[in-house]
Design a protein. Structure first.
Length: 196
């Protein structure tokens, strides 16, 4: 089977391996009237992309680019302790952290230093997601200026289950002109204005 292909004669790899660049999935179109669940990354079906709080922020940003995402769950052990976004890393948070700490060099700033901590994360309950529409999610995003929402499911054995993540940018790109109605107009108003 391995004739003329003896594995032992191949040169040993000296560098470590890396994962391939993730290509964003080609999603089908999304409509404002679709169930909100269609706009969510469900962690029951897809593994969340995560990072440790000790990882340098620029390495975390490189991970986001490689995996084609704008946010990473921050995991310590088996617990979700926060969320870090590309906006956090590229925005004012690193500079603000440097001003408050002894750390003056960017390469020493860690994810845990600038992430949004668990208790401050914007969440939506799983039961709410099951009855909501995509338009409802966009109203939430527009109303409070958020880019990401964690979907959580009630406490099981004393822990809240992080069921999924909703990205405003991903929803808006999936809508991609399928409905020309402005996102901030409430659903009932759009229906009334159209005379339906």
């Amino acid at each position: 089977m391995f004739a003329n292909n003896d594995i032992s004669e191949r040169p040993r790899l000296t560098a470590s391996g890396v994962l391939p660049m993730r290509r964003p999935t080609e999603y089908s179109g999304l409509r404002l009237i679709d169930p909100a669940l269609h706009g969510m990354t469900d962690f029951m079906h897809k593994f969340p992309i995560s990072v440790a709080p000790e990882r340098p922020i620029d390495e975390a940003l490189a991970d986001m680019v490689r995996f084609g995402v704008r946010a990473l769950l921050v995991i310590s052990g088996e617990n979700v302790v926060g969320l870090i976004t590309s906006y956090d890393i590229e925005g004012a948070r690193p500079l603000n952290f440097s001003r408050r700490s002894n750390i003056t060099r960017r390469e020493y700033i860690r994810v845990g230093d600038i992430m949004t901590e668990w208790e401050d994360l914007p969440t939506v309950d799983w039961s709410t997601m099951q009855s909501a529409r995509v338009a409802d999610l966009l109203e939430i995003f527009h109303g409070v200026g958020l880019m990401h929402l964690l979907v959580v499911e009630g406490e099981h054995s004393g822990a809240t289950i992080v069921r999924g993540l909703v990205s405003r940018a991903r929803i808006e790109s999936r809508l991609n002109g399928t409905d020309s109605t402005p996102y901030h107009v409430p659903v009932f108003q759009r229906v009334h204005d159209k005379g339906e």
